[in-house]
Design a protein around this ligand. Structure first.
Ligand code: SF4
Length: 234
């Protein structure tokens, strides 16, 4: 999935292994028990990812369970009346998500005979599914080593590995996607990607990262910079 025009980042092997090991250990102890983590069903994972796009985890949990009681399979959602789907989404807001989700279910019904596609490119071709969501579905459902880059993961990888920001957001974005793929430990994509998201959501947060107790601080470019200048990471 790495861009042909973006070189693979140079990662020191020892540092990379330390990062992977510590993050996986942290996730084993601290990972959140969330309903969509108890399934490998790609449809259920897609539903959770779409709901989480604009809504907090705590709020999504109830809606997720209720929505899946009403539409337990991708075929059920594809066959439902759009007005009914909108009603089921009531309260979550951003209704375009519900429309896109049903459009994706209908595309699965027509293009794939109701079987959820397995390949990243096929998932990415579904209506309303972007690179992050496609990566989350194939890595969480099938264990494919696909990178994910949501806001939390973007922040964690930037702080840890980016010493000098390239000019332009697009260039940084390309670098981060390549990095997000390069750091996945073989055979551990599920825990690793989930761990990265949880770590960004609870430790390496946007406003007050918990650097003083962070298990990754000795590897972190941001922490080192802040310490060198005797400042406090913001
Ligand atoms: S040391 Fe701070 S900035 Fe670096 S990864 Fe840990 S929490 Fe994030």
């Amino acid at each position: 999935m790495a861009s042909a025009r973006t070189a693979r980042p140079r990662l020191d092997g020892e540092r990379l292994r330390a990062f992977q090991t510590r993050l996986l250990r942290w996730f084993r102890k601290n990972g959140r028990d969330l309903p969509w983590r108890r399934t490998r069903d790609p449809y259920r994972i897609l539903v959770s990812e779409v709901m989480l796009q604009q809504t907090q985890v705590e709020r999504v949990q109830d809606y997720y369970a209720r929505f899946l009681r009403e539409y337990p399979t991708v075929r059920d959602l594809a066959a439902a009346h759009p007005a009914r789907v909108r009603e089921s989404w009531e309260g979550l807001g951003y209704y375009a998500r519900a429309r896109n989700l049903q459009a994706a279910a209908r595309a699965i019904a027509t293009r794939h005979g109701g079987e959820f596609p397995r390949r990243l490119e096929e998932v990415l071709a579904l209506p309303g599914v972007g690179r992050y969501t496609a990566g989350a579905v194939v890595s969480f459902a099938y264990g494919e080593a696909a990178p994910i880059l949501d806001t939390n993961v973007r922040r964690v990888l930037t702080r840890l590995f980016v010493r000098r920001r390239p000019a332009g957001a697009a260039k940084l974005d390309r670098r981060l996607w390549v990095l997000a793929e390069a750091v996945i430990p073989p055979g551990r994509v599920w825990e690793f990607n989930q761990g990265l998201m949880d770590f960004g959501a609870t430790v390496c947060t946007a406003r007050k990262p918990k650097c003083s107790t962070c298990p990754l601080r000795s590897l972190c470019a941001f922490y080192q910079r802040a310490n060198d200048s005797r400042g406090t990471p913001a």
